[in-house]
Design a protein around this ligand. Structure first.
Ligand code: HEM
Ligand code: HEM
Length: 278
């Protein structure tokens, strides 16, 4: 994911300006046109605005395809996202102009309501991207996560060495820390960002509470072990916090994408129904 500023400010707000021009032109068309039967979705202006809105929606759907096409040439992805965000938000006002502010308990209004959910979740998504530290969004490709996981594997190896020759109590703590530490897991686990039952925290606690009296080298090994496990616990906290951000970053898409498809379905029904009955 690209940072929100890079797409919100893309080319000095080019697509914000485009969206404002489109909305202003639509408003002018709406006000100037005074059809015989009164303003409505079935006047010529209504048809024109409806067609622009529907075209925009299907174009917005295309982002899902464009996002995954790494060989694509032409405008960079951040340009696409920029246009997506501003033109998508413009629909909030464009569709009421199309329907002449008529709404009712019908499939037409259902399409609009579904679309509003998509737009609201989109705005929420952008807010998430903006709130999450930029260091996270920059590291979406997991570079730091991989590095941290590697460091943990190293620490595990060092712990085994440090525990060698110490009483079993220490080896058990090391095994607990290695075998009973979970990273990631279910979406809920990721979103919580903590693991109350983390093997590493338990190991650290048992090491700190150890009543075994060690001397000389043993004492030094124990200290080293505690230091290693404490460092591992800190890394785990950081990893879990990062995973939580990542899960949060994508949470809104669980709403955004299915409702986008539902909007398209309702929209097709809407257009079918109006042509069938008119
Ligand atoms: C090809 C595009 C479209 C065409 C041809 C079209 C056509 C129409 C027509 C003819 C009406 C008037 C219906 C009536 O007076 O009973 C209407 C109303 C309406 N349209 Fe569209 N439309 C299009 C796109 C859209 C889109 C994209 C949305 C929203 C997502 C939408 C939402 C509505 C709503 C909410 C109404 C008002 C329904 C009511 O009076 O309760 N339309 N449309
Ligand atoms: C009717 C309006 C909209 C439709 C149909 C729509 C549809 C979509 C679709 C299909 C995707 C691709 C998701 C994926 O495959 O991962 C997407 C992504 C996205 N949408 Fe929308 N969207 C709409 C409005 C908005 C609005 C108003 C905003 C923000 C204000 C927004 C923000 C985003 C963002 C930030 C992404 C993710 C881009 C990325 O991951 O790089 N969308 N949208």
């Amino acid at each position: 994911m690209i940072g929100p500023r890079t797409f919100l400010e893309y080319r000095s707000y080019l697509y914000l300006k485009v969206a404002i021009v489109v909305l202003f032109a639509s408003l002018v068309a709406y006000v100037l046109d005074e059809p015989a039967g009164g303003r409505s979705g079935s006047s010529w202006t209504g048809y024109a605005l409806g067609t622009v809105a529907a075209g925009t929606i299907f174009w917005l759907m295309w982002l899902g395809v464009r996002k995954r096409d790494y060989r694509a040439t032409g405008a960079p992805l951040k340009g696409w996202v920029s246009a997506h965000v501003y033109l998508g938000t413009a629909l909030l006002f464009l569709v009421p102009l199309h329907s002449a502010f008529e709404f009712g308990m019908n499939v037409h209004t259902l399409a609009y309501v579904l679309m509003c959910v998509v737009i609201a979740s989109g705005i929420l998504g952008v807010a998430f991207y903006a709130l999450v530290p930029t260091s996270m969004t920059r590291n979406r490709n997991n570079i730091t996560l991989d590095a941290m996981l590697e460091r943990i594997a190293e620490i595990d190896g060092e712990c085994r060495l440090a525990a060698a020759g110490l009483p079993d109590y220490y080896a058990r703590a090391v095994v607990t820390s290695i075998d009973q530490t979970r990273i990631g897991g279910s979406l809920r686990a990721q979103l919580s960002g903590v693991d109350a039952d983390c093997g590493t925290s338990r190991a650290l606690k048992s090491l700190r509470l150890s009543e075994i009296d060690l001397e000389g080298d043993g004492k030094a090994q124990e200290r080293k072990l505690i230091e290693l496990i404490a460092r591992k616990e800190l890394l785990l906290k950081q990893i879990r916090r990062d995973l939580r951000y990542k899960a949060l970053l994508d949470l809104w898409l669980i709403v955004h994408v299915p409702f986008a498809f539902a909007t398209c379905a309702a929209l097709l029904v809407h257009v079918f129904v109006v042509f069938w009955y008119h």
